[in-house]
Design a protein around this ligand. Structure first.
Ligand SMILES: [Fe+2]
Length: 289
């Protein structure tokens, strides 16, 4: 059995306006750069030999413990309960990976945290997995998909440990994994009465300023500087699902030992008040077999 490895780790956007962008109507084409960026992540994953996507899904929001969807096959038709007018009739059919899900659960537990791995008929995928997968995982044989939930009451430090557990699990597996941190940068929604004016606007300029500082830190390799401020960034800029996906991402990459720098794959863009981007982070040697 060959050793598993992490071949790709990226922070990605999943906003519903990307789904609107590919469907007929007045929003057609508005998120073209994100469409292209997501497809590029998928292309890179295949180019690097990935056979499995592990997705930290900020819309699979858990309130207790850490959860992994370990179904052998993910199949269904999806409508968003949050925004049914934005996403509906999204049909999907992807293979899962029960063994990798089991190993991730085992490693989270071994690290002293509580995980639960599920094979539940009605546990479907959420849109922070489905929207990116639509662009990354349609052509050719589909890659396997293992969704990891985001605990909305968890700390950055807990998610660092979950990320480290995912990295250990991948090394024990025979899978070549592309890890996706599917979540926002700043995530403040505007007040409901004016929210429709914010489709292409940040809710407050200070949020975009903070997001752009973070992007600068990521793309110039100032990761320890970023991580020192991450808990406060999450608190003050309304982190989506506690920025659990970001905590896991850097946990996988080695946290403040990480010496790489991210490559931005689409321009920063505001969407319904929130800050969005796609950034690919080179994999350090320790994560390879
Ligand atoms: Fe989201």
């Amino acid at each position: 059995m060959t050793m598993g490895e992490v071949v790709l780790a990226a922070k990605i956007t999943h906003v519903p306006s990307i789904w609107l962008s590919i469907n007929p109507g007045k929003h057609h084409g508005i998120r073209k750069p994100a469409e292209v960026g997501l497809a590029e992540v998928g292309r890179r994953a295949r180019e690097r030999g990935a056979d499995t996507f592990v997705v930290a899904d900020s819309h699979w929001m858990n309130s207790m413990s850490f959860h992994i969807n370990g179904k052998a096959r993910h199949q269904g038709s999806y409508a968003s309960h949050e925004l049914p007018h934005f996403i509906q009739d999204l049909e999907y059919d992807y293979p899962g990976n029960q063994e990798l899900a089991r190993l991730i659960g085992e490693e989270i537990n071994a690290g002293g945290q509580k995980s639960l791995v599920h094979d539940v008929k009605d546990l479907g995928l959420e849109y922070a997995t489905l929207v990116p997968m639509h662009f990354m995982n349609r052509d050719g044989d589909p890659l396997e998909v293992v969704p990891v939930g985001c605990n909305i009451y968890s700390s950055i430090d807990e998610n660092r440990r979950v990320g480290e557990a995912i990295a250990r699990a991948v090394l024990r597996s025979d899978r070549k994994v592309a890890f996706l941190a599917s979540g926002s940068l700043s995530h403040q929604f505007p007040p409901n009465e004016i929210s429709s004016q914010y489709l292409d606007k940040i809710s407050n300029p200070i949020n975009e300023q903070a997001d752009r500082l973070v992007l600068d830190q990521w793309t110039t390799g100032r990761i320890p500087e970023f991580l020192a401020a991450l808990p406060a960034y999450n608190e003050r800029f309304t982190g989506e699902a506690a920025m659990a996906d970001t905590g896991m991402l850097f946990g996988i990459l080695g946290w403040d030992k990480y010496t790489g720098h991210g490559e931005q794959l689409c321009d920063y863009f505001p969407s319904s008040g929130t800050g969005q981007v796609i950034v690919d982070f080179p994999i350090p040697d320790g994560l390879k077999a």
